[in-house]
Design a protein around this ligand. Sequence first.
Ligand code: DC
Length: 218
Amino acid sequence: MSVPVLTIDGPSGAGKGTVSRAVAKKLGWNYLDSGSIYRSLAIASIKQNADLDSPSEVVKVAESLHLEFECGDELIVKLEGEDITSQLGSEQTGSVASKIAAIPEVRLVLLQKQKDFKQFPGLVADGRDMGTVVFPDAKYKVYLTASAGERAERRYKQLIEKGIDVNLQKIREEIEERDRRDSERETAPLAMAADAFYIDSSDLTLDAVIQEVLNLVR
Ligand code: DC
């Protein structure tokens, strides 16, 4: 019997992480947050002073990337044994991740690390190319999106709640810039798989989205 895979792709800030974690928990399946792998590589590259404009230097860091994931209520990520969870979410990490994710050789090195997550009883995989490149044979595929304005508002609220002083317009510009880079790159761009189920969460509650995804699998 093959391992069932549910892929959830979409742009940043669409709620993929929250939805994927909730669905994985309900189903009792494993969870792959592929963005956290690119984000961890960004952190490792900065720590090792790699030249981010040099594909071969970033590939070298990717080849020796040693990560551990602990999936509890929150995902904990360790790089060479050091807990880097609190650094993963920053705008700088996200933006460097998006930049180095455009390097085809980097994506190739990270491909197997992502495939290894496919284990019984099932896998929920969240990212940009889960349904198109990493798990093209997945049984269930979702493309989850929301308008750029709505995604910027959600991110703004999250940061303000954390006591971080931010500017809504600037966040929106960063989101649009990241969308553009992730969608226009040549290798594995953000795109909806032809056989994916499309959900626009702009006017949906989180619970409604989770329910829609669970209905698809059940
Ligand atoms: O989902 P995220 O915001 O944590 O992802 C961070 C960056 O990593 C994103 O801007 C592009 C890259 N990424 C990717 O290229 N492919 C994936 N499957 C997941 C993330």
